[in-house]
Write a protein that binds this ligand. Structure first.
Ligand code: AMP
Length: 301
């Protein structure tokens, strides 16, 4: 036990000497936790579904930049509970070797890659977290059960990993706000840190789903962010929000998108905001070919 504590007390610069720990089941996770039981170094957790890109790595970098520098654990788990479409789940990109190489290169301390059975022993029924009203609209309306599945697995991961910090991207703003509310309402002892959306140079929000865009669709996709920024400017200038939103929807539609929503909502309850007042978020979901793209932009007066 004493030797294990010495390992935990190494300064961060010595971490390069240690390889990333790959954890694939709950007993290995418990073992890793036990090795650090007497360390005061905090633990920062980044939950992902893999197929990692610079957006995910920004979450990790933000964790590593905390002072004092925490241990970092990234989970890779394609959560079946948050998919309401079996075909979407089946085709979700799984690139474990490449993900591990990226995480190792980025200096991650540990990666947790549990099999589905480890996190979902009760396939049918079982206890679920109901995220409440925040999960009713937007992505919740489009993907039945999505946020219940997400919150249930995030809650399990928090219990198993017991991090002091957990990092989530603003790219999935409704998810972030639901997790913040779950942590507050259920008194989870974890600090949720939000990381700004990472974008390609042309503005497209990085996403694992972008790989499914054809070249033509990829060239069109940045119009989503262009409409977000143009709409934000118009609303802040004082144009009526409903007219601005209508124009943005029409322009995306004529460019070839099937717009699910392009709306303004308040940043606390995610309720539609007919007239711009106070902290707000522009939310968009639009289908381009077979790919559903989501994005958002916060605006304040
Ligand atoms: P996912 O693997 O898609 O479930 O995403 C894992 C985490 O990475 C979530 O907190 C996402 O919000 C975050 N994330 C995904 N894409 C981006 C991005 N482009 N910028 C910032 N965070 C992101």
């Amino acid at each position: 036990m004493a030797k294990r504590c010495v390992i935990a007390a190494f300064p961060p610069s010595m971490k390069v000497l240690c390889d990333m720990r790959q954890i694939t089941d709950l007993s290995q996770l418990a073992q890793w936790q036990a090795e650090f039981a007497c360390s005061t170094q905090p633990l920062a957790f980044v939950p992902t579904m893999g197929n990692l890109h610079a957006g995910h790595l920004a979450l990790l970098a933000e964790a590593q930049a905390l002072n004092p520098r925490p241990r970092t654990l990234v989970s890779i788990f394609v959560n079946p509970l948050q998919f309401n479409d079996a075909a979407d789940l089946a085709r979700y990109p799984r690139t474990l070797d490449d993900d591990l190489a990226q995480l190792r290169h980025a200096g991650t301390d540990a990666v947790f890659v549990p099999p589905v059975d480890a996190l979902l022993p009760a396939r049918d029924g079982g206890v679920r977290i109901d995220p409440g009203a925040l999960a009713q609209g937007w992505e919740g309306a489009a993907r039945a059960g999505h946020f219940t599945g997400m919150a249930t697995i995030v809650a399990k991961l928090f219990h198993l990993i017991r991090p002091q910090f957990a990092l989530f991207g603003e790219k999935d703003i409704q998810q972030l706000i639901i997790v913040q509310s779950m942590v507050r309402d259920l008194n989870f002892p974890v600090n949720i840190l939000a990381v700004p959306t990472q974008r390609a140079r042309d503005g497209l929000a990085l996403s694992s789903r972008n790989r499914f865009l054809s070249d033509t669709e990829r060239a069109l996709a940045p119009q989503i962010y262009a409409q977000l920024t143009a709409s934000a400017e118009a609303i802040i200038r004082g144009e009526a929000a409903d007219l601005v939103l209508h124009r943005a929807r029409a322009q995306l539609t004529s460019a070839g998108f099937i717009v699910d929503y392009f709306s303004l909502c308040d940043a606390a309850q995610l309720q539609p905001m007919p007239h711009f007042s106070g902290d707000a978020i522009l939310l968009v979901a639009a289908q381009l070919g077979a790919v559903r793209l989501i994005d958002n932009l916060r605006i304040s007066p």
